[in-house]
Design a protein. Structure first.
Lengths: 371, 308
């Protein structure tokens, strides 16, 4: 790389860093603190989507129950840092515990499904997600562990050097709201996630995942241990889910099984697919868009209706989801490979088009080979 | 005769699951994609039927209950068929050569759209199914079953047999089987693949509509969120039986229904009261996972050979 390029890269990096650091104040100053909160959630979802991206995007294993790991992380944090059991451990000890438990859950899920492919895998992961949610919902009797549908509340916020992020603090005479503090914590962890993911992608493991995704038999012939590499994908993806879950619990101060339904899993999957599977910038874009759009619609729809019709014709919540669904369909129709796919994926896709293979690929091709 | 009672309940539930599962499995067999919006089609079938029944009642039509429901079904089935046709046209056909997950996302988008359209039209509340159908119960060896439930089971069986005959014996059925084996070659043999795929969606949606009405009539109510869970269960049933296999969908559906109701009835006793009947969904999914671990392509699914 030439010297000029390096300088340019540094400049871009510096500008991005300054931009990201100022972002909450710009947003908060113009749109209000609730939007900073949305930004916080966007960062959480980026972490979550990047975790799922490892499983779906890199390794090509369709997972419809990813939110289960998020739930494991969130409940671990909630139970170890709230008055529910009266246990208050420092947050930096709980996050690794949550991540570890999530990874165990990942392996627990991964082991029985090693032999499954495609849609069978999808339905089993979906079932797994539901099982975890049902347990969270019902483990309040006979021993009250999760407090059932009411969930766990009064979860202690993250505390750094004696400063609680749950309350606003005074800094140089200005009051800084808790959502800003969490923004920076999430931003740091998010950047770490991005770094880890991109290093993973280009590592030996990452290339093994791509090989697995493209042809598992060939990959196995090349000496890749399919079993371990699949389990590793599940476990590592789950780790990010678990950490994001812990952060979610501390940020929200409250967890209940409702936050971990199938729709959430599907949302995260939509972020990955919509953005561009296996492409880190694409996934980040997808996560941001899918977090911001519904909130944006929430703010826009009510006033627009009032202005145009003079009254609320459609319940805003309803209209918001309607438009959101339409947007999902439209984007996928216009850009089936995702908004920002990586070159390799796009090429694979167009190769398939050029060969004019029927959509019913695997099945049809196998039949073809047999006959 | 508690055991027999649970089995009977399970059969009723299972035959409804089976009807919906057929819709999933037909689409999967031909196009290799999960039609996630199918559950919503079922819901809309139920909602349209209830609306038509309301309109008929308001118009002062006074016919026997069963005839009224039949009339309403005559409206609901075409509506759902049109919906199925539109779904395929809008969300799946343009993506036929796209990466596998793209149609999954459009399906999810459609599911969200349909559900919210339903909320827009029918609101968020439970809508009662008018008490037109006989609820007298019959005793079989001490277990009781309503006439309606008997009708549901037999109607479901009749429809399934009809469908199987259609797929095995008619020209359209043969075209469907050919398309599912290899669309390109089927096209060369003079099969209009697009028509066949459209027909598959239309038939599946029609079955879904009937199943939706059965659910609403059986539970005396319907609501705009019912499609999701029932769709999920039916899809589970389809996978359990071996997705893409019609007989498998029937077996999977009935099995799932029976397992669920037995599970709900006995899980408390089995675990010494530790787990209650609200774990019934866990039971269904556990069985699913176990079956798939030992038979990775479902009970009746063809064992897809590892690519050699």
């Amino acid at each position: 790389m030439t010297q000029v390029n390096k300088v340019k890269q540094l400049a871009v990096f510096g500008l991005a860093a300054i931009g990201l650091a100022c972002l909450p104040f710009i947003v908060g100053g113009t749109l209000g603190n609730s939007w900073v909160r949305t930004l916080d959630f966007a960062l959480l979802y980026i972490m979550l989507a990047l975790g799922l991206n490892i499983v779906v995007g890199f390794a090509g294993l369709l997972d419809l129950g990813f939110i289960a790991f998020y739930a494991v992380g969130a409940y671990t944090y909630a139970l170890l840092n709230s008055p529910h059991f009266g246990i208050f451990l420092p947050w930096w000890t709980i996050l690794p515990v949550g991540a570890f438990l999530a990874a165990c859950a990942g392996i627990m899920l991964g082991t029985p499904v090693l032999k499954l492919r495609g849609d069978y895998l999808a339905i089993v992961t979906l079932g797994f997600g539901e099982i975890i949610r049902i347990f969270m919902n019902n483990l309040n009797a006979p021993i009250n562990i999760t407090n059932g549908p009411q969930g766990v509340n009064m979860i202690a916020p993250v505390e750094i050097a004696g400063v609680s992020l749950g309350k606003s603090i005074e800094l140089f005479g200005t009051k800084i709201n808790s959502v800003y503090l969490y923004y920076y914590l999430f931003l740091i962890l998010c950047v770490l996630t991005v770094i880890v993911c991109s290093r993973l992608q280009h590592s030996r493991i990452g290339r093994a995942w791509v090989a697995l995704r493209e042809d598992d038999i060939a990959a196995s012939a090349m000496g890749i241990n399919i079993r371990n590499i699949k389990l590793l994908a599940f476990a590592l993806g789950a780790v990010f889910g678990g950490i994001a879950g812990g952060l979610f619990a501390s940020f929200q101060g409250f967890v209940s099984p409702e936050s971990f339904g199938l729709l959430e899993s599907i949302m995260v999957l939509a972020m990955v697919v919509l953005g561009g599977m296996g492409h880190i910038p694409g996934v980040i874009l997808g996560a941001i868009l899918l977090t911001i759009t519904p909130e944006l619609l929430r703010d826009v729809i009510g006033p627009v209706q009032m202005a145009v019709f003079g009254k609320m014709l459609i319940d805003p919540e309803n209209a918001r989801m309607l438009l959101f669904g339409l947007a999902l369909i439209l984007v996928m129709l216009l850009r089936p490979e995702g908004l920002w796919p990586n070159k390799r994926r796009a090429a694979e896709f167009h190769d398939a088009l050029d060969e004019d293979l029927p959509a019913v690929d695997s099945q049809a091709r196998q039949e073809g080979i047999k006959g | 005769m508690d055991f027999l009672q649970q089995i009977l309940n399970g059969l009723v539930l299972g035959s409804i699951y089976a009807l919906i599962a057929l819709g999933y499995t037909m689409v999967y067999g031909i196009m290799g994609l999960i039609n996630f919006a199918h559950g919503e089609v079922t819901m809309i079938g139920a909602m349209v039927t209830i609306t038509v029944l309301g309109v008929l009642a308001n118009a002062g039509v006074d016919l026997p209950g069963a005839v009224m429901v039949l009339l309403a079904l005559m409206v609901a089935i075409p509506v759902c068929m049109l919906l199925g046709f539109t779904i395929e046209r809008v969300a799946y056909r343009p993506l036929r050569n796209a990466p596998r997950l793209a149609p999954l996302i459009t399906a999810i988008g459609l599911s969200i759209v349909l559900q919210n359209l339903a909320i827009l039209i029918w609101g968020r509340n439970y809508i009662p199914f008018p008490p037109l159908l006989p609820h007298d119960s019959v005793n079989i060896f001490g277990a009781s079953i309503t006439v309606l439930q008997v009708v549901i089971i037999f109607l479901a069986i009749a429809i399934m047999v009809g469908l199987l005959l259609m797929v095995e014996k008619t020209k359209l059925g043969r075209a469907m089987r050919a398309t599912s084996q290899n669309p390109a070659v089927a096209g060369l043999m003079g099969v209009n693949v697009n028509t066949v795929i459209s027909m598959t969606f239309v038939i599946g949606a029609g079955l879904g509509a009937i199943a939706g009405v059965m659910v609403a009539a059986n539970y005396d109510q319907a609501h705009s969120h019912m499609g999701f869970l029932i769709g999920l269960k039916a899809f589970t049933a389809a996978v359990l039986g071996g997705i893409g296999n019609l007989g498998g969908a029937v077996v999977g559906g009935i099995l799932l229904g029976v397992i669920e109701s037995l599970g709900a009835g006995y899980i408390g006793d089995l675990t010494g009261g530790f787990l209650g009947s609200h774990y019934q969904d866990i039971f269904a999914f556990m069985v699913l996972i176990l079956v798939l671990v030992f038979r990775p392509s479902g009970l009746l699914g063809e064992r897809v050979a590892e690519r050699a």
